[in-house]
Ligand binder design. Structure first.
Ligand code: DGJ
Length: 729
């Protein structure tokens, strides 16, 4: 059993294969957090708590003369508001009487088999053969009658614990939620922690960054209406000396695509608190009596085996428990070519067929018609929202175009940006009130487009109907779902002025409803998410789409950093990676090696390639298909850090049975007469004997992992190497 309640100590312990997490219904029924880390079995960890009378501490009223129990110093499972804890709160609620106070005490708990689900938000699920148990602890405020239900599911084998939160208004007046965090985790000793996050910008998403804890609140978050290019809803707390292979690492991955916040606070006593959930900016959510609010899920993982150990936990878990698409496990994904960088919006049906014919020679399986096929769309100033085929461009009609591509033996894919509308569109002319803009003000334009009010049911229904109609009209195999601006002018004409603080969140709920409907109606279609590159690359999106476009930046050398950062949490099988014209001095083979650290495809005008270049591409496409199981299903290792000075970047895929491996190296920089460099492999069987690229010699796993492979320096800059290791005995 993954969850143990000890009647005597009143501790509840969540047990995974290698970790324990403990809370206790403690003094005065406060729910205390006692431990998260390597397994401790059924020890009551409350022996760690030392109580002192600290200066200026607030004590609960019931403590009377006992001054040593202060919530300001106690480790808590869900930090309260206005109860003498001046650290970061997990909840801020305005009660019916206007007071800002939440005094939640543990009133009940329930342990059950299986995984909890949320009604309004995406969640991970229990896969076949998973042992999963769920704990539900209810905290109640006896004055306001507001209940907070803390949900935990324990995935024993996967070493993963998920958390979510529900707020139930059991009182008889409306309340207003201003902050609700899905996770709160207190550590007794936090001064030696580092925080790793994935900040970035357009074209440079998820550039991994590490900072030491100091005595303030470190915040990571987005207020752009989406999880954003600038931050990612994933953070790691780790030992100060943690490396790729050693050290304690705690991961927190939020299943949410809107505004989010993670706060890590090192307090006056060197205790560390981490909270994570929906960003409180412009968030005021009214809960009428008996209404329930759900906060998004956080997927937590713990390991003692450094960043690689943590990445492996997330990669394995997200490959089996996050997305139901058949392309995650069962069906091999196609090698695709996308029309964007080939033609932008300047194409017609004839041009697309020409690209497809040339791409056929390159071993491509799927042609994707990107932006520009619908409404009036010759540039990005018009047409968004008019999801019907532009007859001037696709003169033969969509059905016929797809038939022509299918006749070549290729599949067909299409691009949408459903959440957006151009002012110059039939949709905007018919429904100006559907676009988000504050009455009496001009809305901010970004790429000269506006966001639709996704919180509205009629907007959601329109999109479901329009997108489904196109997908039903032709034999469509693949959809790229894009969004190309951040949200501003947050306003819904459907909600009264006092409920405008709900719009950010209702937008995301509406988006999930639309995506859920379209994807469930078309289970055979392969969906890829995109947001001006990788701007909304988060676990919730990966619940719907098995893959996501990493970045609009296709420069292979920049891609090394992009793939590196993304891989801290998201598996390689989710990373959209293509060969393009970007990177003039980089050989096409190197571009292919880099794109093989992802779903592999092309983003160029195939008709401009020579026969020889097409033949090289064909070889690379075939190679990707050959290595597909290894790349997509194997363990991924970051062998070098591309942010550090060095002459090369290397990474490795190892099959689960360690019998095969693909070790890739890109030479990024060659110092004149520099030292010889060696790449040390990882994840091999030490006494197994491996053959490299069908060579004569056999090398032990131990030799390859300890001495490593010498990388030839007498090569051109941006050369690359792929070592295929096959275990012979
Ligand atoms: C942004 C995407 O990242 C690109 O790949 C392309 O689809 C454009 N949008 C189209 O407008």
């Amino acid at each position: 059993m993954g969850i143990i309640y000890n009647e005597t100590s009143k501790t509840i312990t969540l047990q995974t294969k290698h970790s324990s997490y403990q809370m206790k219904i403690g003094n005065l029924d406060y729910l205390l957090h006692l431990y998260y880390g390597p397994s401790i079995w059924d020890t009551d960890m409350s022996y760690q708590i030392m109580q002192y009378d600290r200066g200026f501490s607030g004590n609960p009223y019931e403590s009377r003369n006992e001054r040593t129990f202060s919530l300001d110093a106690q480790p808590q499972e869900f930090s309260t508001q206005q109860q003498g804890d001046f650290r970061t709160a997990s909840i801020e609620v305005v009660n019916g009487d206007g007071s800002y106070s939440y005094h939640g005490k543990a009133v009940s708990h329930k342990i059950s088999k299986g995984k909890y689900q949320l009604d309004t938000l995406p969640c991970v699920f229990a896969a076949k053969n998973d042992t999963v148990d769920t704990l539900e602890v209810t905290l109640s405020d006896e004055i306001s009658h507001v209940q907070v239900v803390l949900l935990y599911s324990v995935f024993e084998e996967a070493d993963v614990i998920t958390r979510a939160v529900k707020v139930v208004n059991s009182g008889d007046t409306s309340i207003h939620l201003k902050k609700i965090m899905s996770v709160c985790l207190d550590f007794f000793n936090g001064a030696d922690f580092d925080l790793v996050s994935l900040p970035g910008r357009y074209g440079q998403e998820r550039q991994a960054e590490r900072q030491h804890m100091t005595h303030h609140i470190h915040t990571i978050g987005s207020v752009r209406g989406s999880s954003s290019h600038q931050q990612n809803p994933f953070v790691i707390l780790c030992d100060r000396n943690a490396t790729e292979d050693y050290g304690k690492c705690y991961g927190f991955s939020l299943m949410y695509s809107g505004n989010f916040l993670a706060e890590a606070e090192l307090d006056q006593y060197d205790q560390l608190r981490l909270v994570m959930g929906i960003h409180p900016k412009q968030f005021v959510y009214e809960l009428k009596p008996q209404e329930v609010f759900e906060g998004p899920e956080v997927v937590m993982a713990f390991t003692e085996h450094g960043f690689t150990g943590l990445s492996h936990l997330y990669h394995d878990f997200y490959r089996t428990n996050l997305c139901q698409s058949k392309f995650v496990q069962d069906v091999q994904r196609p090698v695709l070519i996308n029309s964007w960088e080939a033609a932008f919006m300047d194409f017609d049906d004839v041009k697309l067929v020409e690209i497809a014919k040339a791409a056929k020679n390159m071993g491509v399986d799927l042609l994707v018609m990107d932006d520009g096929w619908f409404g009036k769309r010759d540039d990005d100033n018009s047409g968004l929202g008019d999801w019907y085929v532009n007859q001037n461009k696709i003169k033969c009609g969509l059905h016929k175009l797809v038939e022509q591509i299918n006749d070549l033996g290729m599949k067909f894919g299409i691009w949408f940006e459903p959440e957006m509308v151009s002012e110059d569109s039939d949709l905007y002319r018919a429904h100006p009130d559907w676009a988000m803009q504050i009455p009496g003000r001009h809305a901010v334009r970004s790429r000269n487009q506006m966001a639709l009010d996704m919180s509205r049911r009629d907007v959601q229904d329109y999109l479901i109907q329009q997108v489904n109609a196109i997908l039903d009209d032709a034999n469509i195999f693949y959809v790229k779902w894009d969004i190309n601006r951040s949200l501003a002018d947050i306003w819904s004409n459907e909600l009264p002025p006092e409920r405008q603080g709900e719009v950010y969140h209702r937008y995301i709920l509406g988006l999930y409803r639309v995506m859920d409907n379209i994807i469930k109606t078309h289970p055979d279609i392969l969906f890829e998410g995109c947001s001006g590159g990788g701007g909304r690359y988060d676990a919730a999106m990966l619940h719907y789409y098995p893959q996501y476009w990493v970045s609009d930046n296709n420069h292979p050398i920049d891609r090394l950093k992009l793939h590196y950062g993304t891989s801290f949490v998201y598996p390689v099988c989710t990373m959209g990676a293509h060969i393009s014209d970007s990177g003039k001095f980089v050989p096409i083979k190197t571009k292919a090696v880099v794109a093989m650290c992802g779903t592999f495809g092309y983003e160029l005008d195939a008709t401009h390639l020579t026969k020889e270049e097409q033949a090289i591409c064909k070889e690379q496409s075939d190679l990707f298909r050959k290595y597909y199981p290894l790349i997509i299903k194997g363990d991924y290792y970051r062998l070098t850090n591309p942010f550090k000075a060095g002459n090369m970047t290397a990474w490795q895929h190892v099959s689960k049975d360690q019998s095969e491996s693909l070790l890739s190296v890109v030479v990024t920089n060659l110092t004149c007469n520099g030292p010889q460099e060696y790449v040390q492999a990882k994840g091999l069987v030490p006494d197994g004997m491996y053959r490299i690229n069908d060579g004569k010699e056999l090398y032990s796993g131990s030799a390859l992992m300890n001495a490593g492979l010498p990388i030839n320096r007498e090569v051109d800059e941006y050369s690359s190497f792929q070592f295929y290791l096959k275990r012979e005995r």
